[in-house]
Design a protein around this ligand. Structure first.
Ligand code: FAD
Length: 388
């Protein structure tokens, strides 16, 4: 078994590191404290390098960069704490349009999304349906060449800065749950759309979006009428795969290591000399290596042309659950100082551990909750019987 990276991936990693040294500023990271995890300048710079199109599979008409290199890109961006919410959305949304969309949509939206000129957001979840996304109730009713959309979506992250929402609607309420669904790509400046902020514990801003008699031409439909579930499966495949976040812990571990090596206890002993602190640091570093193992295993399957399935859920599950655990451990280690937030001048490393502690729970919710991931692993990987 050869665990070394292909030479192209090693070279690409160096290119990404240099790009980040040249383009990512501390101001861009600090700006995310307003809740929008996006930098227009950084997003455009990545698009200019062809990194968005590169991550779209070649068989769909994308750049087809080796999935191992795409994962190297994500890993380096996350290690540097780059604000990249728009990147994953662009890659997944373009893949959905290329796999299921019309020539009109491919010409209209794909070049704009891949150049960074336009941004997208996902409109799947509703107040009454998240994990059970196929229970969506937002209605689309045909009216000649147009559709009239009414309903509401919850957690439409990035909608306040995006140009398009890819919207899951119910077009036939009499068909079985998974069958009466249809997707549309809806420009967010279409009359009848209202966007309201939803601020989260983790600083991140999301949105509730409301659709009141929104008229959209049939040319904006993605996939077949009542064929929305096939489009959804494409989205989940890419979202749970290499586009997911697998490396959130290392910046937290860096902060914990810095704290432990620069602080002393009341008895004068160095924090880093405490065996329980050392054990937690080492265990966290081991977890990160396990995460890398899961993630690069998934990417190498994709690289060999094997479409991953449950492997993406296994990666996400281990990564988000261990991230939550690391944040709790290291926040405890800081004691009362862990309560200082990023706007406090004395906060250690800009309040990084505290901020991650608040952010970490959501990583086990969006993109498929940990419970849903465990169900998938149990049923698909372990072959256990369905429980629902
Ligand atoms: C900050 C944030 C950003 C988000 N961004 C977006 C976005 O951009 N676009 C979008 O469409 N959605 C987005 N989401 C929504 C996200 O995908 C859902 O929150 C998630 O799928 C869970 O759905 P829910 O919140 O309705 O919880 P529910 O599905 O109601 O789940 C509640 C609890 O029950 C558990 N549960 C549910 N079903 C099962 C089951 N079958 N077996 C075992 N346990 C179960 C869940 O794991 C969870 O613990 C975002 C969410 C958050 C919090």
């Amino acid at each position: 078994m050869d665990f070394s990276f292909p030479p192209d991936a090693v070279e690409f990693r160096a290119e990404v590191k240099q790009f980040l040294a040249d383009n990512l500023t501390e101001d861009m990271i600090v700006a995310t404290h307003d809740g929008t995890i996006h930098s227009a300048a950084l997003h455009r710079a990545m698009a200019d390098r062809g990194w968005l199109s590169g991550a779209v599979p070649e068989e769909l008409g994308g750049g087809g960069r080796d999935p191992i290199e795409s994962l190297v890109l994500i890993e380096e961006l996350q290690l540097a704490r780059a604000p990249i919410d728009a990147m994953g959305v662009a890659i997944v949304m373009v893949s959905m349009i290329l796999e299921h969309g019309s020539d009109f949509l491919k010409g209209e939206a794909v070049p704009r999304l891949l150049s960074g000129e336009s941004l997208g957001c996902f409109g799947y979840s509703e107040p009454e349906s998240g994990s059970d996304v196929a229970a969506a109730r937002t209605r689309a009713v045909r009216d000649g060449d147009e559709w009239i959309i009414n309903g509401s979506k919850m957690w439409t992250t990035m909608a306040h800065v995006a140009d398009y929402v890819i919207l899951l609607t119910r077009t036939d309420p009499d068909m079985a749950k998974h069958k009466g669904l249809t997707f549309f790509l809806v420009p967010l400046d279409t009359p009848g759309i209202e966007i309201q902020p939803v601020h989260t514990m983790g600083t991140e801003r999301s949105n509730a979006t409301f659709y009141d008699n929104v008229r959209i031409n049939d040319s904006w439909r993605v996939g077949d009428v009542n064929g929305g579930w096939a489009v959804m499966k494409t989205a989940l495949k890419y979202e749970r795969g290499i586009a997911g976040g697998q490396f959130p812990s290392p910046p937290v571990i860096d902060a914990a290591l810095d704290w432990a090596t620069t602080n002393v206890r009341v008895d004068g002993s160095a924090v880093i000399d405490d065996p329980t602190v050392r054990e937690k640091l080492i265990r966290a570093m081991i977890d990160v290596e396990v995460c890398r193992g899961f993630a690069y295993h998934t990417a190498s399957l994709a690289s060999e042309g094997v479409m991953f399935g449950v492997e993406g859920s296994m990666t996400k599950l281990f990564s988000s659950e261990s991230y939550k655990k690391h944040c709790r451990w290291f926040h405890d280690m800081l004691g009362p100082e862990g309560l200082l937030t990023h706007d406090e001048p004395d906060a250690h490393m800009g309040g990084r551990i505290e901020e991650n502690l608040r952010h970490s729970p959501v990583t086990a919710i969006y993109g498929g909750t940990s419970e849903i991931s465990r169900n998938l692993v149990a049923e698909v990987h372990l072959g256990l019987p369905r429980t629902r």
